[in-house]
Every structure is written in structure tokens, then in C-alpha cells.
Design a protein around this ligand. Structure first.
Ligand code: SF4
Length: 323
């Protein structure tokens, strides 16, 4: 497996122009993903996880204004002309969504949709495209792939559709797979199968994965590192074990206390008082300060910089530098 950084996001800002004003949805996010690594982005709904993911592939709507750098293998994706971007999107970087029905075209058979990937990206093939597609369907463990090639998306179960979507993404042998809540539309037993499949394929295809989720069980199962997001800012980032066992940021602590972390543990779930802020007028400084029980004056004025907790574990909180 190659060493080094595959993707580096530097100081990403995303604003959306809306009728009510400008929503400052991402506020200076920086993170990196190494070759072969699974990085999870976790946080409440609306914290900006999916916006970060869509920024990478420039899939944001027209009212989005994006600043910063997204370096993929050293090239800034945000500077690429559309023709160059198309060579990366779906080939070098694949994305799977929560509901594969939104990504699959309902009027074409699954096999043709996967075949398109070979044609669009002019992928090198050893056999016929039909054989390549059937091989991919086999790799994602779709039973009776010869028959399923000719199925329409509506003829497949949710789990099977997600497998077909993954097969489509694998055609280009991407270095990075972005999985945006890949199992939240599926029932629990199917979730486990899809997660296992993604992890097996990560090894077989030597991919890095950016996993967007709000499920700590999925993170514990799959990720090497985790970045906790709150209201468009990174609160804490580090190895999964360090964050789960030794969280430092008041929001991370609150979030972990508010989530069921396993059936062995018996405790009351807590909630974080207050509400997620309105991002048209976000709180200045640390965006968590109106809800933080430890906030000090500085928190209202200055955005916290990263503080090293231990190797690879960073927290963005003024408290950890003695106020
Ligand atoms: Fe709380 Fe201040 Fe730390 Fe933000 S920077 S989490 S408001 S103590």
C-alpha cells in the first residue's frame, strides 16, 4: 500500500446564497486522507458533512460559493476545468449515496448503467464490457449476476441496488470512495453486509474511503480516524479509539454521551442543551459557544486553532491552551 496523503482539504469555506441571506455552511475545514485510510466524518444532521463530500466532486448546486483548496494527488480540484474534472469524477473518485435510487436511472437496466462507466471513462478492458460488468456484479456479491445485469433498479431490493451502485463506482478502480451515509436507508442486517462488502473491497481495490455518517457503531467498525464536525467547523479529529476513549472537545463529549455506543453499556442518553445555530448568522468565534458549558469570553471572539492532544489527535478548543 502506498504511503502519503491522497486527499488534502485546506481551509475550505462554502457559502450558499439563499433568499434569506448567505448561509456560511462550511467555515474553514482542513483535513487529509491517506492512501488506504478510512476517515469518518461524523456530526449531527446539517453540520456540513455532506457539503464537504460534495465539494470534493464539485457536486454542489449553483448557489454555492466555494473557497479553499481540495488537493487530490496534489492537484487542486477546485481549479480544474470541467473536462479534467470529468476524468476524475466517477473514475479516480467514486461516490455512493444514502439512497442508490437517486443515483441509478430508473429507465435503464443496471448492466447498461454500469457499462456506461467503461465507455465514458474509456476504461481499459481485458474482455467484453458485458463480461467486465458481470465480473463487477460478482465482486459486489450480487447473486445470479448474468440475470441481474438485465434488471431495472426497481426490480432490485435496497441492498442489491446499493451493491449495483458500488459495482458502478468500482469500474474505474477509484483511489477514493466517498460513502455518504451508505447504509442509513437499509435495514440492519443488510447494513452489516454492505459495510462488510465496502471494507472487503477497500482491501481488494486498495481504496481510501471518506465515510459520512452519524452512526458511531459504523465508525467503530470501519474507520481508522474520525473528524467530528459541528456547524461547519471541525471540532476534533484523530484515531477512532482516541476520540471514543479520550474525547477532548465539549461537543464531542456531548455527542458521545447522546449516542448509544453499544448494547453492553447501560446508561441514560443525554442531550446537548440548545439548538444547532442558524448558519446565516452563525455565532462568531467557536460556533459551539452558545451551547458550551465551558465557554469563556475568548470563545465568542476567536475561532480556536488546532491543539495537539497526542499523535494525530487534534482538538479545536480554547480551553486546551489554557484559555
Ligand atoms: Fe467551548 Fe470555548 Fe472550547 Fe468552543 S472553544 S468548545 S466554546 S470552551
Amino acid at each position: 500500500m502506498r504511503n502519503g496523503t491522497l486527499l488534502k482539504i485546506e481551509d475550505l469555506y462554502v457559502n450558499f446564497k439563499t433568499d434569506e441571506g448567505i448561509a456560511k455552511v462550511i467555515d474553514g475545514v482542513s483535513l487529509d486522507i491517506k492512501y488506504g485510510e478510512v476517515l469518518a466524518l461524523m456530526g449531527e444532521t446539517g453540520c456540513g458533512k455532506s457539503t464537504v463530500a460534495k465539494s470534493i466532486l464539485r457536486l454542489l448546486p449553483k448557489n454555492a460559493e466555494v473557497r479553499g483548496k481540495i488537493l487530490f494527488k496534489g492537484t487542486n480540484i477546485l481549479d480544474l476545468p470541467e473536462s479534467e474534472l470529468r476524468k476524475i469524477r466517477g473514475k479516480e473518485i467514486g461516490m455512493i449515496f444514502q439512497d442508490p435510487l437517486t443515483a441509478l436511472n430508473p429507465v435503464f437496466i443496471v448492466g447498461n448503467q454500469i457499462s456506461e462507466m467503461f465507455k465514458i471513462h474509456k476504461l481499459r478492458i481485458k474482455r467484453t464490457i458485458l463480461d467486465e460488468v458481470i465480473e463487477l456484479l460478482k465482486n459486489v456479491r450480487i447473486p445470479d449476476p448474468q440475470r441481474r445485469y438485465y434488471s431495472y433498479p426497481f426490480e432490485l431490493s435496497g441492498g442489491m441496488r446499493q451493491r449495483a451502485m458500488i459495482a458502478m463506482m468500482l469500474a474505474g478502480r477509484p483511489s477514493l470512495l466517498i460513502a455518504d451515509e451508505p447504509t442509513s436507508a437499509l435495514d440492519v442486517t443488510i447494513q452489516a453486509q454492505i459495510l462488510k462488502l465496502i471494507m472487503d473491497l477497500r482491501n481488494d481495490y486498495n481504496m481510501s474511503i471518506l465515510l459520512i455518517t452519524h452512526d458511531p457503531g459504523v465508525v467503530a467498525e470501519m474507520a481508522d480516524r474520525i473528524a467530528i464536525m459541528y456547524a461547519g467547523q471541525i471540532a476534533e479529529i484523530g484515531p477512532v479509539r482516541d476520540i471514543f476513549l479520550n474525547p477532548q472537545h465539549p461537543y464531542t463529549k456531548g455527542l458521545l454521551r447522546a449516542l448509544p455506543l453499544g448494547h453492553k453499556e447501560e446508561r441514560e442518553l443525554e442531550n446537548i442543551p440548545g439548538r444547532v445555530p442558524n448558519l446565516i448568522e452563525p455565532p462568531p468565534g467557536c460556533r459551539f459557544h452558545p451551547r458550551c458549558p465551558h465557554a469563556i469570553e475568548k470563545c465568542k471572539k476567536e475561532k480556536p486553532k488546532p491543539v495537539v492532544v497526542s499523535n494525530e489527535h487534534f482538538v479545536f478548543c480554547h480551553l486546551l491552551r489554557g484559555g
